[in-house]
Structure formats: structure tokens, C-alpha cells
Design a binder for this molecule. Structure first.
Ligand code: TK8
Length: 348
């Protein structure tokens, strides 16, 4: 499939990118934003995430707040909410569609329930490094997929970083493919994740992030998978005993804004939020990479056993999930998938 010529998708891309530029150039957005919180000419941006206030994702949100309030001269103010205070990822995306919240930053996996093509970024073992991921996500392919969010009343402004996901559990070290057998693992609410962990031999359970800690504490699930920063900062070492460097998926975050709100902004205000989302994203990626470097040792200090996955076992895991990738490649569209593969090749 990787030999496929993707001329069709590239021409779709160029049309989308022109449309994107045109729609931004012509939207005057003179009417005041459809923000129920508009108070005089001060617009309130309610920005909510699922991770807690220690996580680099929240530091990124605070940077977004600083940039928007400074550059708008206080015309726009940002209220930041963490730890699922405004709900889980799906609920917050629905709130953006309805206009009762203005910003959220979910992982691509739940976004795929709104725009199915986003699942391509959750293909196991897709990105070889975060640098390559940056190139692809910030390049034409990633930008064209952000554009597709507008069909769902959402405006994708930037990709941030969740990071390489690793499996933890309370039962046993995961060293070989067989060690997945029978483990009840929580996955994000995304069919591809479910099928991939079934193919690895686990017993996957889809669950909102906001319910995860309690589920592990009560033994409803044996384990979960997230980047080290999340595992450490959300206190999973209290309820999990084993962590392995499966690095099975590189998870991007999608910084998105409510389209009704965005369309109600002036052109200058739109430029301010767009630039702030991008700059805060660069800042967040750097913080996140530093954090993920240091938190593995913190997890071991907190009592978790760390198991290294050998390249032989990693290859066996890649082979096990191959049929799932092929199935979703057909579903998403081989042009898009081929364009992502080509962009990865070009970025290496
Ligand atoms: C936080 C989630 C989290 C994700 C998950 O809202 O659900 O496991 O990795 O970061 O988006």
C-alpha cells in the first residue's frame, strides 16, 4: 500500500490550504463573538483540559493565556481549567461545538470520533521520533486535517504534544508480546486503540480519562497507557506497579477553538489566538520533552519496576497490530495514509 501514488490527496491538500487562506482573508468577523461570556468588549475564553495543573499541557495553556491577554491589551481574557473540571475530552469538544466553551486540547484519539481521519495519527508505531512528528503535523498533511475540523464546528489551531505512550499495569512486568495476554487495559475512546490492544492479546476497556485513576485504584482495570509525564504527574505510581517502554503510539494533542466563537472574532483577534496557540505549542512541546526525559526515573524512585522492551519483541508487537493498521488505512483512505507515510519519509 505504501507504494500508492497520492496525487489525488496532494491536490485535495492544495485546494484546502487555498480555501483556508481565503476564508481567513475574507472573514471580517465584525459581529461580536458569540460568547455568552462577552462582557462589553471584553471576550472571555474558557480553556479546559483533562490533565492536572502540574502537567506541561497546563503550562502551555497558561502561556496561551499570557500571550492572548498581553497581545489583545486585555480585550480577550482566558480562564484556564484543568483536571477535567469542565468535563472529559469528548464533553469539552461538544461544548466547543455548542459554544459553551471556547478552547480545549484533546489527544487525537478522541478527536477521531468527530473527524475519523485523525485516527491515522494513532497508528501504532507510526512516528519514529517527536522531531519527525513535528514536521508531519506542522506540514501540509497535518494542517489539511486540522482544516477538516471546521466541518464539525471546530477550528484546529495547532498541534501540541502528549508524547510517546507506554503501558503500565498492576499485575506483571510486560516484556514480551505474551505478557499482554488477559490484561484488562483502559484505552482512550477510539476503536483503533481497542482493536490494536486486542491484537496484542490484552482485554481493552475504553474509558474517559477522568475515570481512569479510580478504575485503577478499584482494580476495575489492570493497567493503562500514557506518556511518562502523565503517569508520574497524575500519581499512577500509587496504583500501578509496572511500566514498560512500549512507545507504541506517539500521541499529538490538538489545540482547538469553538468555530462560532472564532468566526465572531475580528481578523486581528483571530491572528492573535492563532499565533498564541502556535507559540504556546512550541513552548509546551519543549517542556513536555524535558518532562518525559526525567519522569521515568521518578517512576522507578516511586517504586515502579521498569522493563525495557527488546527490539525483537517490539517487532513482534508491530507485526501483531499490522492487520489493524491495514484495516484502518482502508477505512480512512489510502491517499491520506500514503500522504502521511510520504511526509514521514521526507522528514527523516
Ligand atoms: C487528557 C487525555 C489524556 C490522554 C488519555 O484529557 O485519555 O489517556 O492521553 O492526555 O487526553
Amino acid at each position: 500500500m505504501k507504494k500508492l501514488i497520492h496525487i489525488g490527496w496532494v491536490s485535495i491538500l492544495s485546494v484546502m490550504l487555498v480555501a483556508c487562506g481565503t476564508s481567513n482573508e475574507t472573514s471580517q468577523g465584525n459581529e461580536s463573538a458569540s460568547n455568552g461570556e462577552a462582557n462589553g468588549d471584553v471576550l472571555t475564553i474558557r480553556a479546559g483540559i483533562g490533565l492536572n495543573s502540574e502537567h506541561p499541557q497546563y503550562k502551555g495553556l497558561e502561556k496561551f493565556k499570557e500571550l492572548v491577554e498581553e497581545r489583545s491589551g486585555g480585550q480577550m481574557v482566558v480562564e484556564t481549567y484543568h483536571s477535567g473540571q469542565l468535563g472529559d475530552d469528548r464533553l469539552m469538544m461538544e461544548a466547543l461545538q455548542l459554544g459553551s466553551q471556547e478552547v480545549t486540547v484533546p489527544s487525537t484519539a478522541p478527536v477521531a470520533n468527530f473527524v475519523s481521519e485523525f485516527s491515522v495519527f494513532d497508528f501504532p508505531f507510526l512516528f519514529p521520533s517527536s522531531d519527525v512528528a513535528d514536521e508531519v503535523l506542522d506540514g501540509d498533511v497535518g494542517q489539511a486535517l486540522l482544516q477538516k475540523l471546521e466541518e464539525q464546528n471546530l477550528v484546529g489551531l495547532a498541534f501540541w504534544e502528549n508524547g510517546f505512550r507506554n503501558v503500565t499495569n498492576s499485575k506483571r512486568p510486560i516484556e514480551t508480546l505474551e505478557d499482554f495476554n488477559g490484561l484488562t487495559l483502559r484505552t482512550m475512546e477510539n476503536d483503533l486503540h481497542l482493536e490494536a490492544f486486542r491484537a496484542l492479546g490484552a482485554n481493552p476497556t475504553p474509558m474517559a480519562f477522568t475515570e481512569l485513576f479510580t478504575a485503577m485504584q478499584q482494580g476495575t482495570v489492570d493497567g493503562q497507557e500514557n506518556p511518562y509525564a502523565t503517569i508520574y504527574l497524575e500519581g499512577y505510581a500509587e496504583v500501578q506497579n509496572h511500566v514498560s517502554n512500549t512507545n507504541h503510539i506517539y500521541s499529538p494533542f490538538v489545540f482547538m477553538m469553538s468555530k462560532p466563537f472564532f468566526d465572531g472574532l475580528t481578523e486581528e483577534q483571530q491572528e492573535i489566538v492563532r499565533e498564541a496557540a502556535l507559540e504556546a505549542g512550541q513552548y509546551q512541546r519543549e517542556l513536555n520533552r524535558e518532562a518525559n526525559e526525567t519522569y521515568l526515573s521518578s517512576l522507578e524512585e516511586a517504586g515502579m519496576t521498569y522493563t525495557e522492551i527488546s527490539e525483537v519483541e517490539r517487532m513482534r508487537m508491530i507485526e501483531a497490530v499490522e492487520p489493524v493498521i491495514d484495516k484502518y488505512a482502508e477505512q480512512i483512505g489510502t491517499d491520506i495514509v500514503q500522504a502521511v507515510y510520504d511526509a514521514i519519509e521526507a522528514a527523516q
